[in-house]
Design a protein around this ligand. Structure first.
Ligand code: GDP
Length: 443
């Protein structure tokens, strides 16, 4: 059964130490923590760039690099060695394709970062959603190589889809890395051409270009402008994490059993501390937090918004926890029906009408579930139509088969964004406006 597999393969971190082991908890690191997601079309150079960032910040040593270089050579893919650092799964290496969301950490003098390396392959967009739902900054990698930029940016290419999803999932800043500049002789014209094509599109996605988007020319392969450009740019982004004073919201990204129930996820709001009792939503179970870890199993007393954590919980079985459940203090009401505003960005050709009864997959924070349109309330602000088409902005009541934990966007942004997908394609993006009362209150 699919449920037993970890939802995200944590590539570089090890399981936390067992509960019995005496551990010294560290004080909170005063440096701010940011989550990064690498997005963009397949082969744009995401893994290579992430690999080089880890190398340049000292997270991988020369010997490991050399080992990867040798392995890549043996497989006749010598230029891929940096990508090997991120793609640790054997199957991926053989294929040369990033299929899981890898995770790795690095730090600079001023900030700590976690990289969620999103894959560019079309089939893996749901995983990209899981990564981007946690990210503060998206690094949109595009290839400047002639022909490659164009392919990635065409209809059906992932440059467009990823950028659009990133915005709805709460990625606040976008750094556009115009990569492979070495292949065009660092031509300013080519760089400007890519930037000019991207700008109007990113605006349409909802980004304010001046404040929220930065463009950089670089070469991931030889590292040019990675340290002085990309890392400097990351350190300078004016981001401050959500307030730790609000009640805890921690969507579960993955859970597994290792001498006890272990969960991973990002603290969206509030704070989680060792010894706290949290409520697991939507089931209303109570659980004690036995231990909190950040960055690759480093024990801490408490974690704040923005931190990626691994938790040991006093739950008896792994069935008590699922991807998409939310750990809360002062929990919101679980719902099976809610009202949302959604933009129908790309309905399927053979299902061109969005109307009551339409069913698809709902993605919100780390959650995915079946979902049905119960009712269309408004189309394009004022019209009272009972159907909608591609390009329409609708307000609709949506229903899900089992209680879920989401919140109005205006209350908690991170728990109020959603994406609808159908047959593996993103058809709509939007936000939760309000929660409906549960009719069948059976819990
Ligand atoms: P991903 O699918 O986006 O993760 O792309 P990869 O990182 O696997 O890179 C795809 C291919 O592009 C590999 O052959 C890389 O060596 C190559 N590549 C990545 N960055 C650069 C670059 O800056 N210059 C050149 N010439 N090739 C690059």
């Amino acid at each position: 059964d699919d449920d037993e597999k970890p939802d995200v393969v944590v590539a570089t971190s090890s399981a936390p130490p067992p509960p019995s082991q005496q551990q010294h908890e560290e004080e909170e690191d005063p440096r701010e923590h940011l989550n990064l997601v690498f997005i963009g079309h397949v082969d744009a150079g995401k893994s290579t760039l992430a690999g080089n960032v880890l190398y340049l910040t000292g997270r991988v040593d020369k010997r490991t690099i050399e080992k990867f270089e040798r392995e890549a050579k043996e497989r006749n893919r010598d230029s891929w060695f940096l990508a090997f650092i991120m793609d640790t799964n054997e199957e991926e290496r053989a294929k040369g394709k990033t299929v899981e969301v890898g995770r790795a950490t690095f730090s600079t003098a001023t900030r700590r970062y976690t990289i969620l390396d999103a894959p560019g392959h079309k089939d893996y967009v749901p995983r990209m959603i899981a990564g981007a739902a946690q990210a503060d900054v998206g690094i949109l990698v595009v290839s400047a190589r002639r022909g490659e930029f164009e392919t990635g940016f065409e209809r059906g290419g992932q440059t467009r889809e990823h950028a659009m999803l990133a915005k709805t999932l709460g990625v606040r800043y976008l750094i556009v890395a115009v990569n492979k500049m070495d292949t065009v002789g660092w031509s300013t014209e080519r760089f400007d051409e890519c930037v000019t094509k991207l700008k109007p599109f990113l605006k349409k996605c909802g980004y304010t270009i001046k404040k929220e988007v930065r463009f950089l020319a670089l070469s991931a392969l030889n590292g040019k402008n990675v340290e002085t450009g990309l890392l400097a740019c990351l350190d300078s982004l004016p981001i401050s994490a959500a307030s730790p004073e609000s009640p805890l919201r921690l969507p579960v990204l993955a859970r597994y059993y290792d001498r006890g129930v272990v969960a991973t996820g990002k603290v969206e709001t509030g704070r989680v501390s060792k010894g706290d009792t949290v409520v697991v939503m939507p089931t209303n179970l109570r659980a004690k937090i036995d231990a909190v870890f950040v960055d690759d199993a480093r024990p801490v007393r408490s974690a704040k918004p923005g931190d990626n954590v691994t938790l040991r919980l006093s739950l008896t079985t792994i069935q008590d926890l699922r991807k998409g459940y939310v750990l809360c203090a002062q929990p919101p009401k679980p719902v099976t029906s809610f009202t949302a505003q959604i933009a129908l960005v790309d309905l399927l050709e053979h299902r061109p009408v969005f109307t009551a009864g339409y069913n698809c997959i709902l993605h919100a924070h780390t959650l995915d579930t079946e979902c049905t349109v119960a009712r269309l309330l408004r189309v394009n602000k004022s019209e009272r139509r009972c159907f909608a088409k591609r390009g329409d902005l609708v307000i609709a009541r949506l229903a899900v088969p089992q209680s879920i934990c989401i919140e109005p966007f205006d209350d908690v942004h991170q728990l109020g964004r959603l994406t609808l997908r159908d047959e593996g394609k993103s058809i709509a993006i939007g936000k939760v406006l309000s929660l409906d009362e549960n009719d069948d209150d059976d819990d």
